[in-house]
Design a binder for this molecule. Structure first.
Ligand SMILES: [Zn+2]
Length: 330
């Protein structure tokens, strides 16, 4: 379980705002946690709820005790007064909010305190959002809503303006790397995913993905071909590469990996060894940086980015990749 102190390292402003509202007893009726996936919105909502319901809370600290029954129940996902709402199909419907409110009213729990967390809040219908706001404004209710969204621009102004907005920023490569290592991913993989700007969920999924593990190997093989011979890259492209990287999204991953190779070659030329991402390929990188000069590496990065643009513009992938391979071959 993450603590506020740990979360503060990557989200200092968001955590400070929440800690202040807790310790100064200025808890809002509704918060809007917004920002990219994997930036700590979920952890913050759990911490908030734990502190809200905690049986051993200290007035001057925003930390919950983590030990009492309430804290434990939240950690194990079965606290009766903490409810999660997420889209049912394409949207969050008015009936979902009403159902929950009824449940709260009838279950006759000892306190009036309740917390709702609405995931993907931008998917609330107008009616659902209005129902939620009305409920929050009822004076007898000690209810806190936490709305979470990755797409604040898609939310109704009437909702946004009634919530206290807490922004969660994209993690820096370093923070993302640390989080991935904490989650048990190998260091070299964590470095790669952090520099690909994957969010934590995507990175964990990708780590277990056989397709991606194979993709990394194929890109290494392609680099071996294009760095060592002028003919084989083209053949390899057709015989192996394009069979594995099919469809725009997977082709983009391939380009992303290639980009990393040349960025690392540049880092080597500039003697910035700490910036190298493909740490498990150090020997190859060293060998390749004798083959590709600094200015060539910069040009090739431009070519890779250009290939990405072409794919986005629906240029035929085979043509775009053939052209790129011709540029890469030594
Ligand atoms: Zn507690």
């Amino acid at each position: 379980m993450t603590s506020w102190i740990e979360l503060k390292d990557s989200q200092p402003v968001a955590v400070k705002m929440l800690q202040n509202s807790i310790t100064r007893d200025r808890i809002a009726h509704a918060y809007l946690f917004h920002g990219p996936s994997g930036t700590g919105k979920h952890e913050a909502s759990l911490l908030f709820a734990m502190r809200y319901f905690c049986e051993n809370k200290q007035i001057d600290s925003a930390e919950p005790c983590y030990e009492c029954i309430s804290c434990k129940r939240i950690q194990s996902g079965n606290h009766p007064d903490l409810h999660w709402i997420e889209p049912d199909g394409q949207s969050i419907k008015k009936e979902q909010i009403e159902y929950l409110q009824k449940e709260f009213t009838y279950t006759g729990l000892e306190s009036n305190q309740k917390v709702y967390v609405v995931r993907q809040a931008e998917k609330m219908t107008v009616n659902a959002a209005n129902r939620l706001l009305k409920f929050l404004e009822e004076p007898s209710q000690e209810t806190v809503a936490i709305l979470m969204t990755e797409h604040i621009g898609q939310m109704l102004d009437t909702i946004v303006s009634r919530c206290q907005r807490i922004q969660f920023h994209s993690l820096s490569d370093h923070h993302l790397y640390t989080r991935l290592v904490d989650q048990g991913l190998p260091e070299s993989t964590s470095k790669l995913f952090a520099s690909m700007k994957l969010n934590v969920d995507q990175a964990i999924e990708m780590n277990g993905d056989e397709w991606f593990a194979e993709a990394r190997k194929i890109v290494v093989q392609l680099m071996d071909k294009v760095m060592n011979s002028s003919e084989e890259g083209y053949l390899f492209l057709h015989q192996v590469y394009l069979k594995h990287f099919q469809g725009r999204e997977s082709l983009e991953y391939g380009l992303e990996l290639l980009l990393m190779w040349f960025q690392d070659i540049i880092s080597l030329h500039l003697d910035k060894r700490d910036s190298i991402v493909l740490v498990d390929q150090f020997e190859r990188l060293e060998q390749f940086h004798y083959v590709v000069s600094l200015s060539e590496a910069k040009t090739l990065i431009y070519e890779i980015l250009n290939t990405k643009r072409k794919l986005a513009q629906n240029v035929h992938p085979t043509l775009a990749m053939e052209y790129l391979i011709l540029q890469l071959q030594r």
